[in-house]
Design a protein around this ligand. Structure first.
Ligand SMILES: NC(=O)c1ccc[n+]([C@@H]2O[C@H](COP(=O)([O-])OP(=O)(O)OC[C@H]3O[C@@H](n4cnc5c(N)ncnc54)[C@H](OP(=O)(O)O)[C@@H]3O)[C@@H](O)[C@H]2O)c1
Length: 264
């Protein structure tokens, strides 16, 4: 299927690893011109080079921390300078704030909100005027299932994610008349660095000794009985940004192997 986005210009935040890296790779394979961002410059440049070698596409990298307003502005300014504008924004940079209420830490929660809630919103604020002017835009927010089904261990991420779901729906309504489509993906457990960073906490939460066991137990909660692969998340994100998804806005796709059992 031709996705109809050859030549479009995309920012993928957190494109140096995991789901963001795979999303950037698939965009490049579709002929999209891409800019990736992240905090760790060395990791980012390595990812940029790998993506360029793998796909032969046009790829740029900008070191930018999504908790810092000035960095987000620099990232978008660089996209304007190198790509001439922005058609697609993938708000993907982030991490997970895990742990139960007893260990809840206000400062950690503020970091989570700065990265995902304010970071996503500030990036949208800067790209939306370009999308509105050209009457074409795609925004995909990478959120997470805990926003729909609260889980005591995922309390912090859950609160952030619920706010992001609200933001996604609200902006999809407001931006619809400009043909700027705003959607979300809600990953379940995906095998990325994020998972590995949280393996220790999950072992404790699940009461198991090894990472393998934690992985198996966590996966058992979903219908497919396995963790997701980054490329499986990227498949859906890239589709949502395509011409083929021109009548889809305001949805949040559960990409979790059937983990969430509710009706939305
Ligand atoms: N994996 C899962 O099971 C899962 C589940 C639910 C939701 N998600 C969401 O999926 C998204 C992608 O995560 P992933 O699983 O692919 O993990 P990942 O490999 O750790 O990717 C996250 C990326 O975000 C970047 N990042 C983190 N904080 C940042 C900040 N303040 N400013 C700029 N960049 C930042 C990281 O790069 P630097 O460290 O270099 O900045 C990294 O490249 C995240 O938003 C995460 O919350 C993942």
């Amino acid at each position: 299927m031709d996705l109809g986005i050859k030549g479009r210009r995309a920012i993928v935040t957190g494109g140096g690893s995991g789901i963001g890296f795979e999303t950037a790779r698939q965009f490049l394979e579709e002929g999209v011109r891409v800019l990736i961002s992240g905090r760790d410059g060395a990791k980012l440049n390595k990812a940029r080079d790998e993506l360029a070698n793998k796909t032969g596409g046009e790829i740029h990298a900008v070191q930018a921390d999504m908790t810092k307003e000035a960095d987000i502005k620099r990232m978008v300014d660089t996209a304007k300078e190198k790509l001439g504008g922005v058609d697609i924004l993938i708000n993907n940079a982030g991490t997970m704030y895990s742990g139960r209420f007893a260990v809840f830490d206000d400062d950690e929660m503020k970091k989570q909100l700065e990265t995902k809630l304010f970071g996503f919103m500030r990036a949208i604020r800067l790209v939306y005027p370009m999308m509105k002017a050209q009457k074409w835009g795609r925004i995909v927010n990478t959120i997470g299932g805990a926003g729909k089904e609260p889980d005591p261990y995922m309390f912090g991420s859950g609160m952030t994610n619920s706010a992001l779901l609200n933001l996604t729906k609200s902006l999809s309504t407001e931006f619809g008349e400009d043909n700027v489509l705003v959607n979300a993906i809600c990953p379940g457990w995906v095998a990325t660095d994020l998972w590995r960073r949280n393996a220790e906490g999950l072992k404790q939460e699940l009461g198991v000794k090894s990472e393998d066991e934690a992985r198996r137990l966590a996966a058992r909660k979903n219908s497919l009985n396995r963790m997701g692969k980054p490329e499986e998340l990227a498949n859906a994100t890239v589709f949502l940004c395509s011409e083929r998804a021109s009548y889809i806005t305001g949805v949040s796709l559960n990409l979790d192997g059937g983990r969430l059992k509710g009706l939305w």
